[in-house]
Design a protein around this ligand. Structure first.
Ligand code: BGC
Length: 467
């Protein structure tokens, strides 16, 4: 009897996990009409970051320019394969052409970062030419009916801020706050959507756990401190900007990459433990803080970092960056005991993320617990040969359309990214763009796989015209 019960239990768990792993039958789903689910004022955009688009040639005063030059031979950054950002797509100088690309593509919004090291190249000294550049960029967007969304911090720091210890020190938050207030004062009459910090957890994880981003450290305690300071920086900036003129007329949010790992074999405890810790670092500590205003980061064998703020509003919206729920599997190698893999019916993107369109629905479901409007501030696929982009766009957007139909308050979608750009420690190896570009001539060319996105927006526009 006991054996029978046990067998039944095992069968139940197996069926349960299999059903959840393959919950949508994509072969039978028709994605043609998905545009019908999107509301009339929906934002369709693309997202970029200044350093990735303009490189060290323009942003020579930041910590990434230093990192590329000094650490390139280092073991941790070998993956760069000596690809340096140089002028990247030269978006800084070619922004008018890029806005034309957006316009022709039917995009009605654009998420970009303002580069701190350009605006404040030296501590306390603001560069008015750089400010003029961003004013011109914003004017050009508005002229083309493209809604701007600004990110104040997207992974890079001015050199002077890095030298002071950057976000490793709580007392340095004031410098970021001063910069944010300067930019907000100058640009908030025209820009209504503001992201404070892009992916605090990824910044802390890649820079202080994996050692792949500057400063290239592997110190969990420091990562926890940095993450705590970034969340505090967001909180302080949110509160300060809200009190400034225009503060009440704009929406200010934090961008979180909901990178939730899953285990390949549900029964394997050796997968459960790393998955638990990875999720704590990359997602749960941030979600916990945004929900409860209490930050906890437990570190085995060391002290844990915690802080708490008053229970007040610190978000008008949340930016959800979503790529995948990476599937972690154990393998028999002492050098690489875990790999990121995929299920039988899935494919891997070039940067080892499983193609998992259902995941964007799951991520929206999870992040909606914050009870604020959601913007998908990044979603895209690294696809060098452009062979999966078309299906990626249709399926991820179908999944998003289902979330909207089910009542989740998602107000915009920003595809990462407009033109292939400098993918941090992976140089130009990863190709996320709707457009590719020629490194010598800088000429941009539309990728066939991106047309799916253009068509969806076009159908949605035509539908709006009819109504
Ligand atoms: C980052 C981008 C990056 C993208 C693709 C996001 O985590 O915000 O800067 O290029 O992922 O890897």
């Amino acid at each position: 009897m006991m054996v029978k019960k046990f067998m039944f239990f095992i069968l139940f768990i197996f069926t349960f996990s299999t059903v959840f792993a393959h919950d949508w039958n994509w072969e039978q789903i028709n994605t043609d009409d998905l545009y019908k689910s999107f509301p009339e004022n929906f934002l369709w955009g693309s997202a970029t970051a200044e350093y990735q688009n303009s490189g060290s040639a323009t942003c020579f005063n930041n910590n990434w320019a230093d990192w590329e030059n000094t650490k390139n031979e280092d073991e941790t950054t070998k993956i760069l394969q000596n690809q340096k950002s140089n002028s990247a797509t030269d978006h800084y100088n070619l922004y008018k052409e890029d806005i034309k690309l957006m316009k022709d593509f039917n995009l009605n919004s654009y998420r970009f970062s303002v580069e701190w090291s350009l605006l404040e190249p030296e501590e306390g000294i603001f560069d008015l030419d750089a400010l003029k550049h961003y004013e011109d960029l914003i004017d050009e967007l508005i002229l083309n009916n493209i809604t701007p969304m600004i990110t104040l911090h997207h992974f890079t720091n001015p050199k002077w801020f890095q030298e002071k210890g950057s976000f490793e020190k709580e007392e340095n938050i004031q410098y970021f706050e001063r910069f944010a207030k300067f930019v907000f004062e100058k640009l908030s009459s025209k820009v209504k959507l503001w992201c404070t910090i892009n992916e605090p957890a990824i910044y802390a994880f890649t820079g202080y756990v994996m050692g792949m981003f500057p400063p290239g450290e592997k110190d969990l305690q420091k990562a926890a401190e940095v993450l705590k300071n970034l969340l505090l920086a967001h909180t302080n900036v949110y509160k300060s900007l809200k009190q400034m003129p225009n503060g009440k007329n704009v929406q200010i949010g934090l961008v979180h990459n909901l990178l939730k790992f899953e285990q390949y074999s549900w029964w394997n405890l050796l997968e459960t433990i790393p998955v638990h810790y990875l999720n704590m670092i990359t997602t749960d500590s941030v979600m916990g803080f945004l929900k409860t205003k209490k930050f906890y980061f437990y570190i085995p064998t060391q002290a844990y970092v915690a802080f708490e703020i008053d229970d007040e509003k610190i978000l008008d919206f949340v930016g959800l960056n979503y790529y995948s729920h990476p599937l972690l599997a154990m393998q028999t190698s002492i050098y690489e005991p875990f790999i990121s893999t995929c299920l039988e019916n899935e494919v891997m993107s070039d940067c080892h993320y499983r193609f998992h369109p259902e995941g964007i629905y799951k991520a929206i479901e999870e992040i909606s617990s914050l009870n604020v409007p959601i913007y998908i501030t990044e979603n895209g696929i690294a696809d060098r040969e452009d062979k999966n982009r078309d299906v990626f766009i249709k399926r991820y957007l179908y999944s998003l359309s289902k979330a909207i139909e089910d009542g989740y308050d998602v107000r915009g979608y920003f595809y990462w990214t407009l033109v292939d750009n400098f993918e941090w420690n992976e140089g130009f190896l990863q190709k996320f763009g709707l457009f590719e570009f020629d490194h010598d001539t800088k000429i941009r060319t539309l990728k066939p796989g991106a047309i799916a996105y253009k068509k969806i927006i076009e159908n949605w526009q035509n539908q709006n015209l009819k109504n």
